[in-house]
Design a protein around this ligand. Structure first.
Ligand code: HEM
Length: 397
């Protein structure tokens, strides 16, 4: 499809082979802030250039996260308005402080030995299989096991919880109505489960995040049952659906750039910048939305109060003005101020240190234990305009 004829960012075919980078380049050059239609809604401004994405992200008073950071307004805002990610100060600041405690750099680095144990076990199992699915057998399992333990989900239940997150997040089906209905059912089932888990912790002194949230005090008040359910949902979704695509997309980038893979194998010190480059290259979360609070301007384009403004992180991360040779995968790239975890501001990814830790340990062990890992089939991609995801990638040890 020619770049200039792209007029519908809800067309899933556009994302079938990965993000439409040619189209994004065209828009950065020709129409850096452009209006697009949405099904059953007023349409949205798309912001494609790096500097403009940063501008929107760092001015939360002008560009609010409420009512929602997904492009389409939810059919029923009761649940979505409670999500941390959809809130603005002062409520956002207070709620964020509560969960922040579980995600300080010190707390995250203390997880290293445990994360390494999980990785080694998964790699041992994969080695025994010989040929395995990088997504199903490895990339899904690592972040899921880590976040489930942090939040306090028993091991036996984690796949059940994961299947709910998939049904909410995948956004992969052409039948939008059926997809939304199924997501609602999944939310209801997940909340029912979270209620049981919470009930089992009342009065306890557990250190898992759910127990900590249960004892939390916001201005003298406890979190309501709905607020607790919604926190549970956000942590499980954000913690497992994103990192897995960094791991799979990053591995695929190494397969597709054998010279970069050889460079990394020869100099493992490059792993830290390599993971930053994988984040930029893959950009697992392709966009988030804000809503203009006043008449204003972005990149010279007038925006009216109430307009939806969508920051395309996938495009910003390939902006040649910010990244020389932006379409080159260069594991030694420095500086690399990508916006894969958001472009700054109060909502910057809470789990960034955790995601980086998981990826670093996984690739350290993978490069060491599976030096000749080979791709043995085509990746199956998620057809989504939101998550840059891979559903399966067959490999051989
Ligand atoms: C490679 C992996 C990940 C990517 C690419 C990613 C990306 C993002 C992005 C783009 C945002 C929005 C930032 C903004 O609006 O400024 C975000 C927010 C968030 N992320 Fe992540 N994320 C990842 C992993 C994780 C993990 C492992 C967790 C674990 C709990 C997590 C939890 C969250 C939460 C709770 C928020 C909302 C924060 C708020 O609203 O204050 N993320 N993430």
């Amino acid at each position: 499809m020619g770049a200039s004829v792209i007029s519908d960012l809800f067309d899933r075919d556009l994302f079938a082979a990965g993000p439409p980078h040619d189209a994004f380049r065209h828009f950065r050059d020709e129409r850096p802030v452009a209006l697009f239609p949405e099904p059953d809604g007023p349409g949205f401004w798309s912001v494609f250039r790096y500097d403009d994405v940063v501008d929107v992200s760092r001015h939360p008073q002008r560009f609010a996260s409420a009512p929602a950071v997904f492009i389409q307004d939810p059919p029923d805002p009761t649940v979505t308005q409670e999500l941390l990610i959809n809130q603005d100060p002062p409520r956002h600041t207070k709620l964020r402080k509560l969960v922040n405690r579980g995600f300080t750099p010190r707390q995250i680095s203390a997880l290293e030995p445990h994360v390494r144990d999980i990785v080694v076990r998964l790699l041992d199992d994969a080695t025994a299989m010989g040929t395995f699915d990088l997504v199903h057998d490895l990339a899904v399992e690592l972040p899921l096991q880590v976040i489930a333990e942090l939040v306090g989900v028993p091991a036996a239940d984690r796949h059940k919880v994961f299947s709910w997150t998939e049904r909410m997040m995948s956004n992969d089906d052409d039948d939008r109505v059926a997809m939304q209905a199924d997501a609602q059912v999944a939310i209801g089932e997940m909340f029912g489960y979270a209620d049981q888990l919470i009930a089992s912790r009342v009065g306890g002194d557990g250190t898992d995040l759910l127990s900590v949230l249960l004892r939390a005090d916001v201005d003298g008040e406890e979190l309501t049952p709905l607020e607790l359910d919604v926190f549970f949902m956000l942590l499980m979704n954000a913690g497992s659906e994103t990192t897995r695509n960094l791991i799979t997309g990053g591995t695929l980038a190494l397969f597709e750039h054998p010279e970069q893979r050889a460079r990394l194998a020869a100099d493992p010190e490059l792993l830290t910048p390599a993971i930053e480059e994988m984040l930029r290259w893959v950009t697992p979360v392709m966009h988030f939305r804000r809503t203009a609070q006043e008449d204003c301007e972005v990149g010279g384009q007038a925006i009216a109060a109430g307009d939806k403004v969508v920051m395309w992180y996938s495009s910003a991360n390939r902006d040649e003005v910010q990244f020389p040779d932006a379409d080159t995968f260069d594991i030694g790239r420095t500086p690399n101020d990508h916006v894969a975890f958001g472009a700054g501001g109060p909502h910057f990814c809470l789990g960034a240190s955790l995601a980086r830790l998981e990826a670093r340990i996984l690739f350290e062990e993978l490069l060491e234990r599976m030096p000749s890992l080979t791709q043995v089939g085509d990746p199956v991609r998620l057809r989504s305009n939101f998550i840059n995801g891979i559903k399966s990638l067959p490999v051989r040890v």
